[in-house]
Design a protein around this ligand. Structure first.
Ligand SMILES: Nc1ncnc2c1ncn2[C@@H]1O[C@H](COP(=O)(O)OP(=O)(O)OP(=O)(O)O)[C@@H](O)[C@H]1O
Length: 486
């Protein structure tokens, strides 16, 4: 069933009940929804309470007159067209109204046909303006978030939320695994805020010792402690007028947490060794990969600070939750790295691309970026045949006990050997990747060989040969309890 178009709402503000009734009648005939106000005060109240598309405004009204209403409309930043309808033609008044942003100035009596045309034009113009404003906003957002590649629904949701909050001054808590792009989000939020002209100061809380934290965050005066040879402004002061980004905030000591809470509540800080307080105007964006509920339960993180930090919680999904982004990101990193280093861009073999999609990416986008860079450096003949697992992958590499198919210990995938000859190294890596791809796909297909072969793009007999070569037996055990029985 087609949705019915909602009629546009026209507010008629006029102290004459005759005019209001006549106008209401005419507007209804023209297909508009007409509402009325008998003076300036009730006109403003109506504008505050409900959406109005056009305002037909009389100038001479009791309480607040039309000019006052018009200036209130503009002060509020309302963009609706205001059509002045007045009894007396007064050129200087008309000029003043137009200067104040009125759409049209008409004198009574107004011909019905004329009013009809003016209303239609005013509405289509304001509709056009709205569309331009939406497009402008989209363009700005595209530019702000252009560094954040990927178009998966999960990532788009995070970007949309960041766009909603960026123009406000709310504290944002970014939550996501390491390497998901939290810092990129923090930067985009800063650049999309009214503070964009101010500084963006980043601190990794995990990287500063608790002894130094106070002085680094809040500054110190000369002589405050041994080695304090000069006055020093801390990170909060440096962020004055801008945004402070506290990365890994879950690693902050309880002592510093109390001081950060105070700074957030009072918007004032005190340098170490100084009595007076200094006012600082900052917005706080913080990030963590932790589950705070645990830290709050075990009292390693203050609940009151947590609630302040997460005025707006923003979740950044791990790469494995946005499969659609893996290949576009890989291609982007490939182009970017080759361009930056003046290298020819190699092509990626289809099986290598496939292996990217079956990897769980514990190091997220950072891991993908590193793997692509390393693959470019080791690519032979302009072709990336396979990807080198990163050191961090070791953790995620399935061990025999966690595999759905039995793998002899000596053939368990490993990360690259420490420093073998290049040829041997590449062979070992290729072997690892192949084994990994087979194991992952086999598990995904619930032990169905034909389906596994199809997904891997090889024949069933090749799959069986490869499984034999890697020492993989066909005894499949999908349930964890069964695994050891192979
Ligand atoms: N969507 C993305 N598009 C392009 N590059 C990305 C994207 N996400 C992350 N990166 C890149 O991955 C790397 C890690 O990103 P970033 O430092 O923002 O992650 P993080 O979540 O803050 O990590 P950590 O928690 O370890 O500090 C950076 O080089 C960043 O440029």
């Amino acid at each position: 069933m087609a949705l019915q178009k909602q009629p546009k709402t026209v507010l008629v503000a006029d102290d004459s009940s005759v005019i209001r009734t006549l106008m209401q009648h005419l507007l209804k005939k023209l297909g508009y929804r007409a509402i009325t106000a008998e003076n300036g005060t009730s006109c403003i109240r109506t504008l505050e309470e409900e959406p109005v598309d056009v305002l037909l405004l009389d100038l001479n009204m009791p309480e607040k007159d039309g000019m006052e209403v018009l200036s209130w409309v503009r002060e509020q930043g309302m963009t609706l067209p205001v059509i002045i309808i007045t009894a007396l033609e007064d050129v200087s008044q008309a000029v003043q109204c137009m200067k104040m942003g009125a759409y049209e100035y008409l004198t009574k009596p107004v011909e019905n046909e004329r009013l009809e045309i003016i209303l239609r034009n005013a509405l289509s113009e304001s509709c056009l303006k709205e569309k331009v404003a939406v497009l402008e906003k989209e363009l700005i957002a595209k530019d702000l978030f252009r560094e954040i590649r990927g178009n998966s629904p999960a990532l788009r949701r995070s970007i949309d939320q960041a766009m909603q909050v960026m123009e406000t001054d709310m504290n944002v808590l970014l939550n996501g695994e390491s390497g998901t792009g939290k810092e990129l989000f923090a930067k985009a939020i800063h650049h999309g805020s009214r503070r964009k002209g101010g500084p963006f100061v980043t601190i990794n809380c995990a990287a500063i010792s608790s002894e130094l934290a106070e002085s680094l965050l809040f500054g110190h005066t000369k002589g405050a402690f041994t080695g304090a040879t000069a006055d020093h402004a801390g990170y909060f002061e440096q962020a004055d007028g801008g945004t402070i980004f506290l990365d890994e905030i879950g690693d902050m000591s309880l002592d510093i947490q109390a001081k950060v809470l105070r700074a957030l509540q009072e918007k004032k800080i005190r340098r170490v060794g100084e009595k007076k307080e200094r006012a600082v105007d900052f917005r706080l964006v913080s990030a963590t990969h932790r589950d705070f509920s645990q830290s709050i339960t075990d009292k390693s993180f203050r609940a009151d600070l947590y609630y302040r930090l997460e005025e707006y919680p923003l979740y950044i999904p791990p790469l494995r939750e946005r499969q659609e982004d893996i290949i576009p990101l890989a291609e982007h990193f490939l182009q970017e790295f080759c361009k930056a280093n003046g290298l020819d861009t190699p092509v990626i073999a289809p099986e290598a691309l496939l292996s990217l999609q079956s990897h769980p990416w514990p190091g997220n986008v950072r891991e993908l970026q590193n793997i692509i860079r390393r693959a470019v450096l080791t690519a032979g003949e302009g072709r990336i045949a396979s990807f080198m697992p990163q050191g961090s992958q070791q953790k995620s590499t399935p061990q025999p006990s966690s595999l759905p198919i039995s793998v002899p210990a000596e053939t368990t995938p490993t990360s690259a050997p420490v420093k073998p000859e290049r040829g041997t190294e590449n062979q070992a890596i290729l072997k690892d990747i192949e084994l990994q791809a087979i194991v992952d796909t086999y598990r995904e297909c619930g032990g169905n060989q034909s389906r596994t072969a199809e997904l891997l793009g090889i024949s069933r007999s090749t799959l069986i040969r490869k499984m034999k070569r890697h020492g993989l037996t066909r005894s499949v055990s999908i349930a964890p309890a069964d695994r050891k029985s192979d």
